[in-house]
Design a binder for this molecule. Sequence first.
Ligand code: GDP
Length: 450
Amino acid sequence: MTDTIFALSSGAGRAGVAVFRLSGPRAGAALLVVTRRDRLPAPRRAVRISLWPPDGGAAIDHGLALWFPEPASFTGEDVAELHLHGGRAVIAAALAALGAVAGLRLAEPGEFTRRAFARGKLDLTAVEGMADLVAAETEAQRVQALRQMDGALARLYDGWRERLLRALAYLEAEIDFSDQDLDDEATAGVRSDVAALQQEIAGHLADRHRGERLREGLSIVILGPPNVGKSSVLNALTKRDVAIVSALAGTTRDSVETHLDLDGLPVTIADTAGLREAADVIESEGIRRALARAEGADLKLVVTAATDWPALAPETVALLDSDALLVVNKCDLRRDAAAIPSRGDAISRCRAVHWVSATTGEGLADLVAALAAAAAERLQPGGAPALTRARHREALLACGDGLARFLDQPAAELAAEDLRLAARALGRITGRVDVEDLLDVIFRDFCIGK
Ligand code: GDP
C-alpha cells in the first residue's frame, strides 16, 4: 500500500486562502479525523468544515473541504483538499494536525505530480508544461507552457511513435511469417513511411530553438567602448515607462542580467558595463568575458556615442553583424550627427542603426519596438508546438539516428532493431517506454492467433 501524503499546495506566507492537499489511500479517513465529520463530502463539492487539533481543544480554523475519490483526481488516487485562511499560525497548526494523523506524512517536493505521472494522469511533457506554467513570467511563456501541459507535444510525439510501432509491427510480422528473405516490395511501404517521418522530425528540430529560447528568454548583450552610455541606455530601457522589467529573477540567473517583458516575450539583457569593474582590475579578463557573452547572445546592442560619429572603434566595427543593432547614444549632444554619412560598409552589415539619447529618452521607444520585433521573430509561438527542452532535442536526435540507420540497413532483423530503438527514444520524451504498446499494435492490426 502506498503512503498517504499531504502538503501545503498554495504558496507559503500570508495570503487570503491556503490550500492543503492530501493524496493516497488514507486521505478520506484523515479528512474525517481532522474535520470531525462522520462521512465524506459528496465528490467534488465544496463543504464548510472546521479543522480540529488532534489533542482536543478549540477549532484551528473554519474553511472548505473537497473530496476527489480515485481515479478522478489530480494524482489518480483518493485526494482531499482543505481550503483554510492563509495565515502563518493557521498553516503551522493545520500542518501539525495533519502530521498527527496516523499513516500520513509530509509530501516530498514534486511527489503529487510524480504520483499523477505514475498513474498515467500526465505524461512527462505535461509534467514539464505544468512546471513551466508555474514558472512562466510572461504571456508568451504562459501560452507555450499551457499548450504543452494540455498535451500538444505529447500528441505529436505519441503520434510519431504510433506510426513507428505500426511500421515495426508490420516488419516483425513479415519476418515471422515469410519463409524466405523479405522481398523489397513488402518493406518498401515501411521504408517510405519511415523516410517521411524522418523528414517531419528534422523539420521539427530545425526551429532555431524557438521553444527553448522562449522558456529561457531571448538573450541580448550590451557592448561598446567605455563612456558611450551603455549603463545609461540599459537603465533607460528598463525604466517602467519604456519596458516592463520582469519582477522575478531566478536564482540561477546571472546578477548582471536585467529581465524585460516585451509584448509578452521574455528578454534578458546582459549588461557588460557591469563587467567594467572586473575590467578595471584585470582588463583583459573583463573584455574576454564581454566577448564570450556576445558570442552566446541572440542579439547584440552595440553602443557608440554621437559625439564620436562617424568614427567607430575597430572593436565596435568587429561586433557589427546581422545580429547587431548599432545604438548611437547621446544624440542630444550632436544634433547634426545623424546627417553625416557613416564610413565603410560595416554599418550595412548590422540589423539597424538607432539614434537615441539615454538622457532625454529620445529614440528609446523605437529601440524597444525594434527589440520586441526581434524577439517576436525568434520566439513567437507559431502554429506548430515547439520542443522546449534539450532533453526533447536529444531524444529526437537519437530517434532520427535510429531512422537513418534503419534506412541504411538491408538486413530486416537488424533494421527492426533500429526502428525499435528509434521508437524507444520517442517514448523517453513522454515517458512511455514499455513493450506492451508494441503488442497492442500487433494484435490490433494483424489479429495474430485470432
Ligand atoms: P558606459 O561606460 O558606456 O556604461 O557609460 P555610462 O552609462 O556610464 O555613461 C557615461 C557618461 O555619459 C555619463 O556621464 C552619462 O551621464 C553620460 N551619458 C550617457 N548617456 C547620455 C546621453 O544620452 N546624453 C548625454 N548628454 N549624456 C549621456
